[in-house]
Design a protein around this ligand. Structure first.
Ligand code: DGY
Length: 419
């Protein structure tokens, strides 16, 4: 009988396209940004060289402005919508025109710290360091125009949490009229009841067409977007990556990059306080176009623990997770909220990558028991339900795509943490 680790490695190999890995066959046939950076952590357990390659391929497709796109369309595949013709970004290898949670800086540090082949690791990090730093600079220049210390996403796909309840209110201001008629492909691969709604898709597409109409000039898109949301989870990932990149830069004698990234991280951590909600015991999103906090206690506000928030905040987050009371943790939305939907993508289901980042942050903040509970629950889920894209937090039912790459990568990570 094969072990969990064997199956995880088998899935990572099966979805490997040589220089990048697809999240899963059918539903997601290209390279996704944060999927790849987290996948590399799993690959590193059995092939260090291949892990570095995964991140390098992504950065080979960085835009001259510094943005790293959320999808790289290496090979044509009609099974996905919206494909490269819809994005029409004019890149040599076609890409989308928006970005995704910048977890690369964190991943680089983790790969570097664990590397057995240190000479290899140093050479690879040296080449990637200025590219990741350029991406971080791009974020603060284009997505934080007033210098608040926190960046905004301008499309729900950027957060990766596509249909989170966090976006419901700000999304209402995105029109649905006038978009080119289209046919969704995702619902041909996965149960439509577990995916975003048609109305949400219309709004996703409206934003894409709007940005395309502005020639994908990333210096203009933030101000031109009716959707500007400061997501605590997204910012926590960026802040953690800045802090980790600063450490790496110090190690490699890149003092200026270290200073710049440490400053981003320090300013970001201080600004995170403005998103804290005492009644919810977690951070909330800010709708930047209105200047108000969004009354939605989604998992983005718990993922904030991934960066070095104050320890009392981390302790409160650990309690909030306990209070969810779900059989499997961490639900992407609290079941006590009437808008919770146990099976619909980011409106309730558990995601292993999110569990991993929350557990890592809580452990660093000294919440060791809370982190161990998340690790144990994540592995229980896999033993019971296999390697799915996401899971019902009440029943553990596997949902979305199957034999999922980043789930497999996280299993290898969780197993190594348990040892
Ligand atoms: C999708 O197509 O579902 C993706 O999440 C967009 O990146």
């Amino acid at each position: 009988m094969s072990t969990l680790a064997d199956t995880a490695i088998e899935i990572l190999r099966e979805n490997d396209r040589g220089t990048y890995t697809v999240p899963t066959k059918g539903l997601y046939p290209f390279q996704w940004n944060w999927d790849s950076c987290l996948t590399a952590l799993g690959q590193h357990h059995f092939d260090e060289d291949r892990a570095w390659r995964e991140i390098e391929t992504l950065f080979d497709n960085q835009w001259p402005c510094g943005m790293v796109p959320h999808i790289v369309f290496h090979q044509m595949d009609d099974g996905y919508f919206p494909g490269p013709q819809v994005w029409a970004t004019g890149r040599p290898v076609p890409t989308s025109g928006i970005t995704q949670p910048p977890v690369a800086g964190f991943s680089l540090k983790r790969l570097f710290d664990r590397a057995k082949d240190t000479a290899l690791a140093e050479a690879r990090v040296k080449a990637l360091l200025p590219k990741v730093a350029k991406w971080h600079r791009w974020f603060y220049e284009t997505r934080d125009p007033r210098g608040e210390g926190l960046v905004a996403i301008i499309h729900p796909w950027e957060a990766g949490r596509d249909n989170s309840i966090d976006w419901d209110e700000p999304f209402e201001r995105v029109p649905t009229e006038g978009i080119t008629p289209y046919v969704r492909r995702d619902t041909q691969h996965a149960n439509p009841a577990h995916r975003p709604t048609m109305e949400q898709y219309d709004r996703y597409l409206w934003l894409v067409e709007h940005f395309r109409g502005l020639g994908w000039d990333t210096s203009k898109l933030h101000d031109a977007s009716p959707f500007q949301v400061v997501d605590p989870g997204f910012n926590a990932i960026l802040i953690r990556s800045c802090a980790d990149l600063a450490d790496l830069a110090d190690h490699l004698g890149e003092a200026e990059l270290a200073r710049e990234n440490r400053q981003f991280a320090e300013k970001g951590i201080a600004a995170m306080e403005t998103l804290w909600s005492e009644p919810h015991g977690q951070y909330l999103c800010r709708d930047r176009t209105r200047g108000t906090l969004v009354d939605s206690a989604s998992v983005g506000g718990l993922l904030a623990a991934f960066c070095a928030i104050p320890t009392d905040r981390a302790a409160a987050i650990a309690r909030t997770i306990d209070n969810h009371g779900t059989r499997f943790r961490v639900a992407s939305h609290p079941p006590q909220d009437s808008r919770f939907d146990a099976k619909r993508y980011w409106r309730g289901p558990v995601w292993l990558v999110i569990n991993y980042m929350i557990a890592d942050g809580l452990r660093r903040a000294g919440e060791v028991d809370a982190a161990a509970k998340i690790t144990a629950s994540s592995l229980d889920l896999i033993r019971e339900s296999g390697f799915a894209e996401y899971y019902d937090p009440m029943t553990g039912e596997p949902l979305g795509g199957g034999r999922f790459t980043w789930t497999a990568a996280m299993v290898l990570e969780f197993l190594s943490m348990e040892q």
